[in-house]
Design a protein around this ligand. Structure first.
Ligand SMILES: NC(=O)c1ccc[n+]([C@@H]2O[C@H](COP(=O)([O-])OP(=O)(O)OC[C@H]3O[C@@H](n4cnc5c(N)ncnc54)[C@H](OP(=O)(O)O)[C@@H]3O)[C@@H](O)[C@H]2O)c1
Length: 248
């Protein structure tokens, strides 16, 4: 059947696949024919994603990406890829005057340094093919909006937006494309640790022109576009998926 978004014959590595957006990316990519290698820290949740994958030949690896010195070995154990989705991330609410070296390191390590280092290692170890696609899950907090308490999260994602544009230019001669998606609020576990109350979240959702938060699959579909050959002429872009939030 004609499908310009097919991922048949592509091997794709997805970080943060044990939950939320990454889980949806892994499952939807497998439905479109990709072989996926998924990673996360929580074995039970990663297995749950693994068991929902369609087709054969998938793999999984438990890894804590904040252990930066372990990233080279993680990459060494990967096959050569057609795509990589740097999706793992955490949120943290803190006001500017309370920033500490520890809080800064905690969020920058997983949201910024780990995906950049992972990308660098894929290139250095020749684990990513010509004509491949690298996608980052950024956020509207990265460069489009500011909100109270989001200073560190915003900083961590803003750096990714800068990286994406520059790496896209760097890697264009190798025909490797680098893009990101910038979602608004998506219903996942990321704010489950009491960072924001359920009442606040319900009230906030009303501010979206489409009157709801996004679903993980709705981000996954955009990432699939960026991984597929349908986006062969797209590089260095930030694809906005925000229910119209930043129109206001
Ligand atoms: N939800 C939103 O509203 C929203 C909006 C814009 C952008 N984003 C971005 O989307 C991405 C996915 O977020 P989500 O909403 O799906 O959150 P989530 O449900 O909390 O999932 C986060 C994922 O990241 C993994 N992760 C976190 N720290 C890790 C570490 N040190 N090492 C390895 N894996 C780690 C988690 O693994 P474990 O489960 O194993 O810990 C989990 O698989 C993040 O980059 C986030 O910033 C989310």
């Amino acid at each position: 059947m004609y499908n310009p978004f097919t991922l048949e014959d592509k091997t794709i590595f997805i970080t943060g696949a044990s939950s939320g957006i990454g889980k949806a990316i892994a499952i939807e990519c497998s439905k479109l024919g990709a072989k996926v290698i998924i990673t996360g820290r929580n074995e039970k949740r990663l297995n749950d994603t693994f068991n929902q994958l369609e087709g054969d030949g998938h793999d999984k690896v438990i890894a804590d990406l904040s252990k930066l010195d372990e990233i080279p070995q993680l990459v060494k154990d990967l096959p050569v890829l057609d795509g990589c989705v740097n999706n793992a991330g955490i949120a943290k609410t803190i006001l500017t005057s309370f920033i500490s070296i520890d809080s800064l390191e905690e969020i920058i390590q997983i949201n910024t340094i780990a995906p950049i280092l992972l990308t660098q290692q894929l290139l250095k170890q020749k684990k990513i093919k010509k004509d491949s696609s690298i996608v980052f899950t950024s956020s509207i907090s990265g460069n489009r909006i500011a909100s109270l308490g989001n200073v560190l999260y915003s900083t961590s994602k803003g750096a990714i937006n800068g990286f994406v544009k520059n790496a896209a230019l760097d890697l264009a001669p190798k025909k490797i494309r680098v893009n990101s998606v910038t979602p608004g609020m998506i219903q996942t576990e990321i704010y489950s640790e009491g960072l924001i109350s359920q009442e606040q979240l319900l009230e906030d959702a009303k501010k979206y022109p489409l009157k709801r938060y996004g679903k993980p699959e709705e981000v996954a579909y955009a990432i699939i576009y960026l991984l597929s050959d349908a986006s062969a002429w797209v590089t260095g872009t930030n694809l906005l998926i925000d229910g119209g939030f930043t129109l206001q």
